[in-house]
Design a protein around this ligand. Structure first.
Ligand code: SAM
Length: 358
């Protein structure tokens, strides 16, 4: 049961409607919401082998109220994540409600009424373990896109990384189900961790070509519960390109939009798409359009923030939608210019990835 009253369709603001923008001039259009910090995997680069500390989960209605206010301020894409979002009861109802929301601004920044707004782009990031059965219901509920995290293309390495036996086939079935129901293009994200899976790169190239998915390699960031990260654990973008090139000549593709985080490639025969996301060796903070809401309802302006902003806390104390909108606007202004990974004095963020929402 929600502790909060529902939002009206139109959020009354205490200032003229304006798109969220930070003090560095970046428009914030992409909201990532962690709807649980429970996870059924214990990936070696993310979790401790033990039960990590857990924060609270909010009622789905509370996430929806907060998201609706973000959307009134210019959010166009909502990505549900976690923890593992497919574990969350109420996920399908949540996607159904999100599918009713409409964007609030035209590309030129002028406000739109609810009739002229576009449907939101609604995505889920999942480990895929439960996806085979949920792909069709999610699509029917209005999900637009799915990204599946998968760090190996052979079952033994996969089990060693996730610390869950016999899940590989289920994830594969989930990816295929997502494609079959039309959640295209399915993206498959692989975090590369030196000594664990860099030898999987050619196998992933083959996988992208044979399965018709976009494989994206992601550099490992210092966001784990344990202290594993060092510069030496990162497999940098130039090494990934070299290894792909040994498999088959690679051809760069142009970016699809300005806030694209992946460098995109195909092969000399045009079959298969690979993206490389290099937040460490080629940071893209200047194009960041993201803000995050943690599973306990706190705003994080950057993955590497040293503190959170307790949006749900003030909602619980009786803030109106207009108060919450003001709080969001004033928080976004403070978004960090960039992260400082690998620089002297770098401080690990106040929460690890599983508790932020990837
Ligand atoms: N459970 C879901 C999943 O597996 O996709 C969603 C949450 S998970 C934290 C989101 C993504 O963050 C996954 O692709 C995971 O590989 C990635 N991730 C976790 N820790 C990371 C790290 N330290 N550096 C880079 N990516 C990381």
């Amino acid at each position: 049961m929600s502790t909060l009253s529902p939002s009206p369709a139109v959020i009354p603001l205490s200032r003229p409607a304006q798109r969220l923008r930070d003090s560095h001039g970046r428009a914030i259009t992409d909201l990532r919401v962690s709807i649980t910090d429970r996870c059924n995997y214990k990936c070696v680069y993310c979790r401790t082998g033990n039960e990590g500390a857990q924060y609270a989960e909010l009622p789905i209605a509370d996430y929806l109220r907060l998201i609706r206010i973000f959307v009134s301020l210019g959010i166009e894409k909502v990505r549900l994540t976690g923890g593992e979002p497919l574990l969350r009861k109420g996920l399908l109802e949540m996607v159904r409600e999100l599918a009713k929301m409409r964007t609030s601004f035209a590309p030129d920044g002028s406000p739109l009424d609810s009739v002229h707004g576009q449907p939101l782009d609604i995505a889920v990031t999942t480990n895929g373990h439960l996806l085979a059965d949920l792909a069709q219901p999610l699509k029917d509920a209005g999900l637009t896109r799915v990204t599946v995290s998968m760090d190996a293309v052979d079952p033994e390495t996969f089990a060693r990384i996730t610390r869950v036996p016999n899940s590989f086939e289920q994830v594969l079935a989930g990816i295929r189900a997502a494609r079959r129901v039309g959640l295209d293009p399915v993206k498959v994200n692989c975090v590369l961790l030196r000594g664990f899976n860099e030898e999987q790169i050619p196998g992933f190239a083959r996988f992208a070509r044979e399965e018709g998915v976009v494989v994206r390699f992601i550099e490992f960031m210092p966001l784990e519960e344990d202290r594993l990260w060092s510069p030496a654990t990162v497999v940098p973008i130039h090494e990934v390109i070299d290894r792909l090139g040994q498999f088959r000549p690679v051809v760069p593709l142009s970016a699809t939009h300005a806030s694209e985080t992946a460098c995109r490639y195909t092969f000399d025969d045009g079959i298969g798409e690979i993206g490389i996301i290099a937040p460490v060796s080629q940071a893209f903070c200047g194009q960041c359009s993201r803000v995050r809401l943690t599973s306990d309802g706190k705003i994080r302006t950057c993955l590497f923030s040293q503190s959170d902003h307790d949006l749900h806390g003030i909602a619980r104390r009786g803030a109106t939608d207009a108060d919450l909108a003001d709080y969001i606007v004033s928080t976004i202004v403070k978004k960090e210019a960039r992260h400082h990974i690998g620089e002297p004095g770098f401080l690990k963020p106040s929460r690890s990835m599983v508790h932020i929402g990837g």
